[in-house]
Design a protein around this ligand. Structure first.
Ligand SMILES: [Zn+2]
Ligand SMILES: [Zn+2]
Length: 371
């Protein structure tokens, strides 16, 4: 295990953000070279990597996914392996997830699966929700298209090594959405000659967050940024923007919510003579867990003697692994990182090294059941 811990510490020292993970990918590539995978894919969906280990007989293709990217947040935890890149840190534990998949690679290299094949995927840019999409859009994805996909995420706030599970939706879907309102500037002495979006903006700020209540299930609309005109006191504002994050536990609810925001905006803005446009960023699909794979993961946890907790409600945050659940039966589970551990994305967060062995063990057990 020491080698995996060492690898994680090195990755932690040199964090790279989404689609810039070329050094990280290089380190992973070097780690895998002596393991002699049957096939290697480089620059998958940008900076991604995939390694295939084939079994003795044909069968199903299983995919295990981890993330290459770090965050544009300063690493504040002092340690011998503290981030050496100013303003960047592995504060979501993706360094640990990578070490786990590397550990699984070691096991597979010593012991190929009986049947089928295993794909170990190192995906770029999870944090912006763009990485999984980039992998799926890469034409070479067809060569690794899985029959089943698995991933785990470490979870501060849960006992160390505890497995956190859920049937159905595990994590919410979400999208960043910006409304653009275009009116007409005029001299501030004659606002009546222009079309100033201020009142419309005020109405939208007040009314849009109420929209999720009209959904039949959980939905959330959080305002995050707004801009009106510019700092020119002689000019009546002629444009505005309003940005928000929309969330729901069901893909249809999320799509409905987007449509409701669009309809409401048009209904309020167009009678005022404003032109309306919409932009979307950081789109995360809902992560839906397959009920049959639940049994597989449950058995894996039991075999390792790990405690298991069932989450009554899905998590409100999103994971771009959700896109894989639209491709094949998939399962995302949580791995407790300790009750007193700083939260993910906090400056002092640091993936607990003890979890590497547990993560490798879980994936190895899962592998045994399916292959
Ligand atoms: Zn994160
Ligand atoms: Zn993460």
């Amino acid at each position: 295990m020491n080698q995996l811990v060492q690898l994680r510490h090195t990755l932690h020292q040199f964090p790279e953000v989404g689609f810039e993970e070329s050094q990280t990918a290089q380190r992973i590539l070097e780690f895998f070279r002596p393991l002699q995978p049957d096939q290697t894919f480089e620059n998958l969906g940008g900076t991604g990597l995939a390694f295939i280990f084939r079994g003795k007989r044909p069968g199903k293709r299983m995919l295990f996914r981890c993330e290459l990217d770090a965050l544009p947040i300063e690493d504040l935890k002092e340690s011998p392996y503290q981030s050496q890149i100013p303003g960047k840190g592995h504060l979501c534990g993706h360094d640990g997830h990578m070490a786990i998949i590397c550990g699984l690679g070691e096991k597979l290299s010593q012991n190929r699966p009986e049947t089928g094949e295993v794909v170990l995927l190192f995906q770029p840019a999870e944090e912006t929700g763009d990485g999984a999409r980039a992998i799926l859009n890469d034409p070479r994805f067809e060569e690794i298209r899985p029959d089943f996909a698995f991933a785990l995420h470490n979870l501060p706030g849960y006992p160390l090594h505890q497995i956190v599970m859920r049937k159905g939706t595990f994590a919410a879907g979400s999208t960043g959405m910006t409304i653009f309102l275009k009116g007409k500037t005029s001299h501030s002495a004659h606002p009546e000659a222009g079309i100033n979006p201020a009142q419309t903006l005020a109405q939208l700020i007040k009314e849009l967050p109420e929209l999720p209540r009209t959904l039949s299930h959980f939905g959330l609309l959080t305002l995050i940024h707004s801009e009106l005109g510019s700092l020119a006191f002689g000019t009546s504002a002629g444009k505005a923007s309003l940005s928000m994050t929309l969330r729901a536990f069901d893909q249809k609810d999320l799509d409905d919510l987007i449509e409701k925001v669009k309809a409401k905006t048009k209904a309020v803005a167009e009678p005022e003579g404003l032109e309306v446009d919409f932009g979307f960023v950081e789109q995360f699909a809902v992560s839906v867990n397959d009920p049959d794979l639940y049994l597989v993961v449950e058995k894996a946890a039991q075999n390792l003697g790990l405690t298991l907790t069932e989450k009554p409600e899905p998590f409100r945050w999103s994971e771009d692994f959700g896109l894989f659940s639209q491709v094949c039966p998939s399962f995302l589970f949580g791995l407790g990182a300790g009750e007193n551990c700083p939260q993910l994305h906090e400056g002092t967060y640091d993936f607990p090294d003890e979890l590497i062995e547990t993560g490798v063990g879980m994936f190895e057990e899962i592998l045994g059941f399916v292959c």
